[in-house]
Design a protein around this ligand. Structure first.
Ligand SMILES: Cc1cc2nc3c(=O)[nH]c(=O)nc-3n(C[C@H](O)[C@H](O)[C@H](O)COP(=O)(O)OP(=O)(O)OC[C@H]3O[C@@H](n4cnc5c(N)ncnc54)[C@H](O)[C@@H]3O)c2cc1C
Length: 284
């Protein structure tokens, strides 16, 4: 079906920007295609796609480079993240979550940038990127800019990207001294299941209080999101289980859907948070 739609396959960012500057109506970016092709097969929004910009051969968008931040090109696949010593050293949670995305076929083709731009509330990497204070570098013919992860997801499956912009890279600043980032994905099965609840939690532990706290959740609201009230409840404090559960209740507004009920999600996210915090505090 998609082959009937005009497609351009640039080999460089300059070529890609030239296509973006032409203002094609209904332009859709294609990276690994593991989300887009599913939507195309289901004929979802097919009539709104007027032109496909297939960026798979744009090498500048691939690869993982260490600098003042760890820069992961938008086209980097989950398989590349899984085998990267650089990511394993600084963000082991990102390696672990990549192992849980689909199975090998999806990990070989699906990209981190595709997970970000698809902006599903159930996108598995997104709470981790939010809790890591990731910055998204975006660019197009009008120039480049940087968007903090917590300003990127603006509505249900809606991002801050303009029609003529691409996601270029995901930049991860080094974690604060002594802080660890843990996450837990709760699904029907260990693999090949869309998540019901995802929670990522970053904090240091002084022996009596948490510091540098970031909490972010997926499947608990129309967008993946930070949990500011929970962060305040934890920063500089010990593990007050009731306070954490109450703050998560204020931060998150889960819905009933075919995978789970709101009540289940709210209870489970509290249980997961307490378990991760106990782990961070060395209590388990
Ligand atoms: C069988 C199966 C299992 C899956 N399991 C999981 C799972 O466990 N967890 C999970 O989170 N996801 C899962 N997915 C979804 C999917 O694999 C991921 O979201 C993946 O990261 C998408 O990346 P992609 O490169 O294939 O994106 P694509 O399908 O190419 O693109 C996705 C969206 O992002 C846009 N886009 C992509 N790259 C860019 C860019 N650089 N700039 C601007 N826009 C861009 C596209 O236009 C499109 O709207 C699964 C999918 C399948 C089919």
């Amino acid at each position: 079906v998609i082959s009937a739609i005009p497609t351009t396959s640039p080999r460089s960012l300059t070529e890609a920007y030239a296509v973006l500057s032409q203002g094609h109506r209904g332009l859709r970016v294609l990276a690994g295609g593991t989300d887009l092709m599913v939507q195309v097969n289901a004929r979802a929004g097919l009539d709104r796609i007027g032109h496909v910009l297939d960026i798979w051969r744009v090498e500048e968008l691939r690869g993982i480079v260490a600098g003042s931040a760890l820069r992961i090109g938008a086209l980097t696949t989950f398989a590349e993240i899984i085998t990267s010593p650089l990511v394993a050293k600084t963000f082991p949670a990102l390696v672990e979550v990549s192992r849980e995305v689909g199975a090998w076929a999806i990990q070989n083709r699906g990209t981190l940038g595709g997970n970000v731009c698809n902006a599903s509330p159930a996108g598995d990497t997104l709470p981790i990127l939010l809790a890591a204070d990731a910055r998204f570098r975006v660019g197009g013919p009008r120039g480049e800019r940087e968007v903090p992860a917590d300003r990127f997801f603006v509505g249900y499956r809606k991002t801050d990207l303009a029609a003529d912009e691409l996601l270029l890279s995901i930049d991860l600043p080094p974690p604060p001294q002594g802080a660890r980032l843990l996450y837990r994905k709760v699904g029907t099965r260990r693999a090949q299941a869309i998540s019901k609840v995802i929670l990522a939690l970053r904090a240091s532990w002084s022996g009596s209080a948490f510091g540098a706290v970031r909490v972010a959740a997926g499947c608990m609201a129309p967008t993946p999101r930070r949990c500011p009230q929970t962060e305040v409840a934890l920063e500089g404090h010990g593990l007050g289980e009731a306070a954490v559960r109450a703050a998560l209740g204020r931060d998150l507004t889960p819905i009933d859907d075919l995978r789970s009920t709101a009540g289940y999600r709210q209870k489970v996210v509290g249980n997961v948070a307490v378990r991760l915090l106990r782990n961070l505090a060395g209590l388990d």
